[in-house]
Each structure stands twice: as C-alpha cells, then as structure tokens.
Design a protein. Structure first.
Lengths: 289, 499
C-alpha cells in the first residue's frame, strides 16, 4: 500500500453516503468565499430582472423599471452624433464646393466624411479603391464621361445618370445591330474603325468602308474625330479607357447592343452636406479635371 | 567556507521575546487550511543611524511624490504647463522640454530595463536596499506605524490596548488612527491623479465633480490599496505578494553586504549579569531588542531570510543596547556571510565587492544607460513615414501615363509649427498633386502643426514607360526646419488589366 486510502479524510468530515467501488465522497462544505459570491450572483440576478429587460412573454417582454432599450439608445446616440457634427456640417452646408476644397480644415473634414460614405454607398459598384470595373466607371483616373470638375461630380452624385430623377442626365447609345439600324457587316466595319480611332492597328479596307457609316450615325455624339462629348456622356473613343472593354468583341457588342449603365440619384438619400463632402472626396482622389 | 545556521534550534524558546514568525511556527500549522492567520506584529520604535536615514529618505521620497506634479514648465500655445505630465487623453508624456509619443514606448522599456539592472547591481552589492529604504510599501508602512504609535503608544502600550476590552479610550484611539490612515491614503491616491491631468485644474475639478471618471476611480483605488497595504497587510505584502524577495535570492550571494547578525561575535549568546565576565561567551545578551523592533516580525539572528527587508532597525536597536551595557557597537550591521564565516574560523575577513556578478550587472547597466542616452541625443523632433496606396495600387490615365498615390505621415514633436517641403525623386517627368493643391512638378508644401502627425496625400503621375520594370524605386525628400529626411518607396507602373 503506497498511498493512504483517504488522503484528505481527517475523520472530521462526514461522507455523502455515496459509494462507488469503495470510493466514498467526502461531504466537504463549499468554500465560504465561493458560496458568498454565488449568493451575491443570485441577488444580482433578481435585481437585474427588476431593473432591466429580462423575461420573454408571449407578446413582448418585461421592460424593467429602468426602461432601458438598446434601440432607444442607438437613436439617442445618433442624435448626439448629429449635434457633435453639427458645427462642421453647418460649415459644409454654407461653403461652396470650391471653398471647401481650399480650406484645409474643412477639406480634411469633407475627406473624412466622404471616405466613410463612399465605403458605405459607392464601393459596392465602384470598388473600395474607386477604380470601378466593367460597366462601372473608374473614379480614380482622368476620364469622365459626364465631366470631372467638382461641380460635374456633385451634379452626377445628386441626380444620377439615367436614374429616372427629373434632373438626371440621360443619353442612349443606340443598339445599331439589335435594332437593325445597321447591317452586321457595317457593325463589323465600324468596330475596325473604332479600333483604328484608338490608335491600334486595324483592317484598312474595313476602316475605309466604315468612314461614311461613322459620319452618318456616330459623329453627332462622338464627334468627327471620336473625341466624345461630356455634355451627352459620349465617351472619347481615342483614349485608352473603355468602360465596357477594349477588345474587338467588346466594342462590337457595344455597337450592336448599346448598353448604358445607371447611376442612382443620391439626393434625398444622403443629405446635402454629405453629398458635398462626397463630391470633394471623389474629386480629391481623382486625377480629374 | 560556509556557516551552517541551524534555524530549528530551540534555544531561543526559553528566554527573551520571540519573533512573530517564531511564534507562528510554535503555534503550529492548523493543517489543511488555505490561509494562515497573521500573527500581529507590534514593532517597537528604534533610534539610531539607520532610523535617521529612513526618516530622511521618507521625507525626500514623499516630497518628490507630492511636489513633482506641481512644478510648472512653460510651453507654448494650448500645451500643458506641467513639468512632468502623463497625458493619456492626448497620448503624450511631457518631460520638461521633451515630449514622448506612444510610438516611443521603447524609452519606457529602456527605463524599466535600467531600473531592473540597477536593482540587480544594488542587491548584489548591498542587499535589499530598495526594500529597506525606498520601496513605497516600506515608506508608507513606516508612516502608518508612526501614526499608530502616536495614537496608541509604543509596542507594549499597543499590545496592552489590543488585549484590553473595548472602552472609550480604546475606541477613540482606534478610530483616530484609522481616520488619519484614511486621510494619508486619500492624500496618496489624490496626489497620483495629478500626474495624469493638469494638477491645479484637476484639483478644482475633483472637488466640483467635474473631473474625469478615471480620476475618481484611481483616487479611490489607490486610497484603498494604500490604506489596506500599509495599514493592515504590511509585511504580508512583502512576504506573500511581492515577487522581489524571491527573485533577490538569485541576486544575493555570500559576498553581498547585508544586515547581518555577526554570530562570530555574538555566539554563544545568553543573558548577562552586570559585572559578570565576558570570557567564554558571545556578545549577544539575548535581550530581544532586535526582534521587537523588526517590522517584519523576524529574528535577524536566524540569518538571512526571505522576510528580511534589510531596513537596519535591528542594527539600531542592538547598537543602543550595546551602548547601554558599554560594549562595542555593531553586533548587527552590514556584513557578508563570507566575512562572518571567515572571522568565525579565525581568519581575516575579505570583502569582495568587485566580482564577476557585480561587473556583469554594472556593464549591462552602463550599456543600457548608454543606449538610452544615445537614443535621447539623436532623437529628432520630426519623423516621416510613407505609405503607398494599396487600393488602387496604380491608376492608368487616358494618355497611358500612370498615377500612384502616397500618404506621407509627418510627425512634428516640437512645440512649433513647421513648414514641410516635399520633393519627389524618381524617373523624370513626374507630376505631383495633393488633394488641395493643383499639379506641381517640383514639390508640394505642407504645414505641420506643432505636436501633431499630419497625413499628406501626394499623387505622383509618371509618363508611360518611365523606367524598366513594373516597380520603380522612388523616394520623397521632406525638408523640415531641422534638415531634410528621405523616405524610400516604390512606384508601380502596371495598374493591371482594365476591361
């Protein structure tokens, strides 16, 4: 026998009367400190039920006499935030876009507001970095379909493009192929013509055939040299930026189908100060105009 | 050569007062319990050189603690005018003309390493100097014991009072003592918060209910800990809560000077009648004075032990007694185990303060202090970092040129605004732009306000095919009032495929 049978049994503590294979359980009392904390927890819980929302019922829950509610708290915090931002926002509301950009303090505030609002509302389509994607404009470069000045950007943000807002700007690239305005052959020739406009090697015969077709159908919006027109949102066909892709099949698909994206109108969804801040943010990060 | 100290010796049981530790041992462990009840200690007042030194050190250290936050130091603008201020809200540590930012936490690390090494060195040389003379636990306990003595008298009076039944006299003495203790504790906790807020301001705010919640919390916390640690826990903090007594065992060796009972002189001990011969016996008359003055409740004659904080009060008590019986002083004093053992063996004592251990500690201390000094001397008030935009990493413009965005973080730790001129060096043809300024080729300006970090966004546009490869080495040179700093970065020429 190397170890004593009941190492902690000094004889002063009784057993619970349970026995398993000769092992008996000592009936030691709980440590006093533990017991008191346990009782304190029970007292705390009872107090909590009375003071705080606690028990679920069939059609609601016990509200607690303190009347605490997370929802009410959020509303209160939002109101507090609004007053906190009030002074700066009032300055944003009063200053013109150019004034905001010239005042370092105000600009810093606008950039901070703009960045957070951009992440919440714009990044879904334009990307967190604002570089867009196929069909969604890159906001970081210097190519702006509808103009890249501060005022242009602000206007686009307010009313959107093809958004249905009465003041929204609108233009429509015709679906030359699908609507049978041009024959598939002419669409093919025009594709070569557009490729040539952007300075890339193209089939000279097709380009020659397409010249009169371009003059008749495209010049009104894209201009005789293909430089586009920001007033109509007509893209410049001579640069390196292609909203719907630069490959021949992408260009051909656009001439055939004439897709035009929608930018929603944000006025009414975001308040005017926020829209101003957003415009300053987008303009500051763009290589714009 | 070592001396075996027999701590189980029962000789001291018969004569003289026993130490609290000895009484606890005698009483025996009740067994099975998690908590050993404390044996009350009633330290008698000691008089002598070490006691005087302790009074002086108590006054000096308490004065440093209470006066420091009130030293003013003029700083420009809205910056605080407190010489030493730990401003958690503004994330600054102000030290005279220096201000430290959270990113310079390595200075605090260095300071702590220095403190640890200094503690090692001091312990290896002179034992627990810190514990005995400088530790706040010792200082405040000393102060509280002094207050206790004023209200309840010295050792014997206190023992009588505690044993006596409750009476008005006992009541007012006890209540008075605890009130003064609480007052001191509150003063301690109250002074603490002055290090973290402008002292005159927070003093007014504190009493008008305007102070930040942390001020009240920490004041209450330190009031509580001071009252409990110095009032009731006392030596238990050192013995059970503090790690240092256990660590010091590795720092102290047989050549460390410590408060030591010179048993070569003292043994064999025993009561001595006036006029009797001193032949054939030791100098210790077993009067127990060293035991009754000990605030740790131990008997120094048992040798170096965990509980001993080396406060020197037993040496004072012994000296006083030796004076009274006209015997030479110094039966208890600073000595080394090695020297005691040598004398006991009839050889001359040799003291070796310079030994490998102390040399290594000293060298490490000098090294770390030198590093700290070097770091402080070459510390610049400005700092520049450049962060490349990661999204987008690059943007291609309509003519094929490529634009990269950078954020330059320029820190101005001085007390004056600074004009920074940011120039770009890289492939030719670069165009610079900030969100505020129009396009520039030669560089952009930024105003860096005092005591701030300014993030300056800079966009750099390079023509297509500006250099070989997709990643070009570039650099920004920021010219500041105290010279220029260059930070390196890269320019990515390939924005990746666009539709």
């Amino acid at each position: 026998m190397s170890a004593p049978e009941h190492p902690h049994d000094s004889g002063s503590v009784g057993t619970t009367g349970h026995e398993w294979d000769g092992i008996r359980e000592l009936d030691n009392p709980l440590p006093r400190w533990w017991l008191w904390i346990f009782y304190a927890c029970i007292a705390f819980a009872v107090g909590y039920w009375v003071l705080m929302p606690a028990w679920p019922g069939l059609s609601g829950y016990t509200k607690g006499i303190l009347g605490r509610s997370d929802r009410a708290e959020v509303v209160e915090q939002l109101a507090r935030l609004k007053t906190l931002r009030g002074a700066q926002n009032a300055r944003l509301a009063k200053a013109s876009l150019q004034e905001i950009e010239q005042d370092p303090g105000l600009q810093a505030h606008a950039l901070a507001v703009g960045q957070s609002v951009f992440g919440d509302n714009c990044a879904t389509c334009h990307g967190v970095g604002g570089t867009g994607g196929k069909g969604y404009a890159n906001l970081r470069d210097d190519v702006w379909l509808w103009g890249g000045t501060l005022d242009d950007i602000h206007r686009t943000l307010q009313y959107g493009i093809r958004s249905g807002h009465p003041q929204a700007r609108f233009s429509q690239m015709p679906a030359f192929g699908r609507d049978q305005i041009l024959t598939p052959g002419q669409v093919g020739d025009l594709t070569e013509y557009v490729v040539a406009l952007s300075g890339r090697p193209a089939n000279p015969a097709a380009v020659q055939r397409a010249a009169p077709v371009y003059a008749a159908n495209c010049v009104a919006c894209h201009g005789p040299e293909g430089r586009g027109d920001p007033l109509q949102g007509a893209p410049n066909l001579t640069d390196r930026e292609w909203l719907y892709g630069s490959a021949r099949k992408d260009i051909q698909a656009q001439i055939h189908g004439g897709v035009g994206g929608v930018m929603p109108a944000w006025t009414g969804r975001l308040d005017p100060e926020t829209l101003k801040a957003l415009a300053v943010y987008v303009h500051a990060n763009a290589a714009g105009q | 050569m070592t001396v075996v100290i027999d701590r189980t010796r029962a000789g001291s049981q018969d004569a003289g007062p026993a130490s609290a530790a000895e009484r606890a041992r005698r009483r025996g462990d009740p067994g099975g319990g998690l908590y050993k009840p404390r044996t009350p200690i009633y330290p008698k007042v000691a008089r002598g050189q070490w006691r005087n030194l302790k009074w002086v050190l108590m006054i000096v250290t308490l004065a440093i603690y209470y006066i420091t936050p009130w030293i003013r130091w003029e700083r420009p603008g809205a910056l605080p005018d407190q010489a030493i201020l730990v401003d958690f809200e503004g994330r600054r540590f102000y030290l005279l003309d220096l201000q430290f930012w959270p990113q310079e936490v390595y200075f605090i690390t260095g300071l702590l390493v220095m403190a640890a090494l200094a503690l090692f060195l001091a312990s290896a040389l002179f034992g627990r100097l810190w514990c005995g003379y400088a530790c706040p636990q010792t200082i405040w306990t000393d102060l509280f014991i002094h207050v206790e003595r004023i209200f309840e008298g010295d050792r014997n009076a206190r023992m009588r009072l505690d044993a006596a039944p409750w009476s008005f006299d006992k009541l007012w003495r006890k209540v008075g003592k605890h009130l003064v203790w609480l007052g001191i504790a509150f003063g301690t906790g109250g002074a603490w918060i002055f290090y973290f807020h402008d002292a005159p301001t927070v003093l007014v705010q504190f009493w008008t209910g305007q102070a930040p919640a942390t001020a009240y919390v920490f004041c209450a916390l330190l009031t509580f800990t001071t009252y409990v640690f110095a009032g009731t826990l006392r030596e238990q903090v050192c013995t059970y809560m503090c790690p240092w007594p256990r660590i010091q065992g590795a720092m102290i060796d047989q050549d460390s000077l410590q408060i030591t009972y010179r048993l070569d002189r003292g043994e064999p001990r025993g009561p001595h009648k006036k006029g009797a011969s001193w032949e054939g016996r030791g100098g210790c008359i077993d009067c127990g004075q060293c035991v009754v003055v000990c605030p740790m409740g131990i008997d120094i004659r048992d040798g170096a032990q965990l509980e001993c904080i080396n406060c020197g009060l037993c040496a004072d008590a012994c000296d006083e007694m030796m004076d009274r019986i006209a015997r030479p002083r110094g039966l208890i004093g600073y000595d080394t185990d090695e020297a005691v053992a040598a004398r006991a063996a009839g050889q001359p004592a040799v003291y070796r303060l310079v030994r490998p251990r102390t040399l290594v500690y000293a060298a490490a201390l000098v090294l770390v202090s030198g590093l700290m000094l070097w770091g402080l001397l070459r510390r610049q008030p400005y700092e520049v970092h450049v962060l490349r935009d990661r999204n987008p990493i690059a943007v291609r413009l309509h003519d094929g040129s490529v634009r990269n965005g950078y954020t330059l973080k320029i820190a101005n730790r001085s007390f004056a605004d600074a004009e920074a001129r940011i120039r770009f060096s890289g492939p030719p043809g670069a165009l610079l732009k900030t969100p505020a300024a129009p396009v520039a080729t030669d560089g952009v300006n930024a105003r860096i306000e005092a005591n701030t970090v300014r993030a300056v966004r800079v966009f750099v546009t390079l023509p297509e095919q500006a250099g070989a490869g997709t990643s070009l080495p570039v650099a920004f040179t920021v010219t500041l009032p105290e010279g220029a700093m260059t930070v390196k970065s890269t320019f990515i020429t390939d924005p990746g495929a666009r539709p």
